[in-house]
Design a protein around this ligand. Structure first.
Ligand code: ACO
Ligand code: ZN
Length: 226
């Protein structure tokens, strides 16, 4: 149940007392008062931000056994725009993005994945673009990964200098930490491809990811090759 604030002991982090909150997903040290305080601060606000009460008008663009995807457009009612912004803020916060404004707010489409517990567990912002630079494949450094390699993974990705034609730019993609690896990001992207441009289905090549994070790159690489 989402409401019992149950703690899950993360086996990999057990040795330094780290716990993952079973409701909000925050990882914190159980025996640190400062951490406890920060978690209390975060917990309520986070759950409030991703809570979905249902709307009078919902643009449902996909339905699944474990949830549905809603599309929010720039001219939608205020309650929809506000929820999209709240969730985007949560995502930006986690991604470390400073500015919450979008490059072309009037053209951005926000896709929200709502689960059966009425929480927004996925958010994707797509914007029209003309061209993009392909991320070049790098040799696999992930084998025998040590702690120093973590920094390596955060280095800038090498991009091609030759622009390629693209139609749709993914400026944000975020899935709630406790709902990852269930195909939510994949289903949101599949839905973008069939609904972003009216009357046509976009190919994977017509979609571009802006500034992918390490998680984003692993996902994007997998998605593009399947
Ligand atoms: N490590 C390795 N492979 C991964 C990872 C990962 N962290 N995430 C996804 N993949 C690959 C896997 O092959 C996965 O298939 P599998 O689970 O059967 O092995 C496949 O991609 C599909 O993954 P999904 O379940 O569809 O992806 P998910 O719903 O977990 O969301 C996302 C992926 C959005 C990157 C999520 O991890 C997240 O929100 N991360 C934090 C925010 C972030 O970094 N977002 C990307 C920013 S880049 C941008 O916004 C343009
Ligand atoms: Zn919590």
């Amino acid at each position: 149940k989402q409401d019992d604030d149950q703690l899950i002991i993360d086996a990999g982090q057990k040795q330094f007392g780290a716990m993952t909150c079973g409701s909000c997903g925050m990882v914190y040290s159980a025996d640190n008062p400062e951490d406890h305080f920060q978690h209390n601060q975060f917990h309520q606000r986070f759950l409030e931000s991703i809570k979905f009460v249902g709307w009078k008008k919902e643009r449902v663009v996909a339905e699944f056994w474990d949830g549905k995807i809603l599309l929010v457009m720039p001219d939608d009612p205020k309650y929809a725009i506000k929820k999209a912004e709240d969730v985007r803020r949560v995502a930006d916060n986690e991604l470390g993005f400073q500015q919450v404004t979008l490059s072309r707010p009037t053209q951005a489409k926000t896709y929200l994945f709502i689960n059966t517990d009425r929480m927004v567990v996925g958010c994707l912002v797509a914007e029209p673009i003309r061209q993009a630079y392909r991320v070049l494949e790098q040799p696999d450094r992930h084998k025998d990964m040590t702690k120093d390699d973590f920094m390596e993974r955060h280095r800038a990705w090498c991009c091609s200098t030759v622009p390629e034609q693209a139609v749709c730019g993914i400026s944000r993609i975020w899935v709630f930490s406790l709902a990852r690896r269930q195909g939510i990001a994949t289903r949101m992207l599949d839905t973008v491809r069939s609904t972003f441009t009216y009357g046509s289905h976009l190919t994977k090549e017509e979609i571009a990811f802006s500034d992918p994070t390490p998680d984003g790159k692993l996902f994007a690489t997998k998605y593009s090759n399947t």
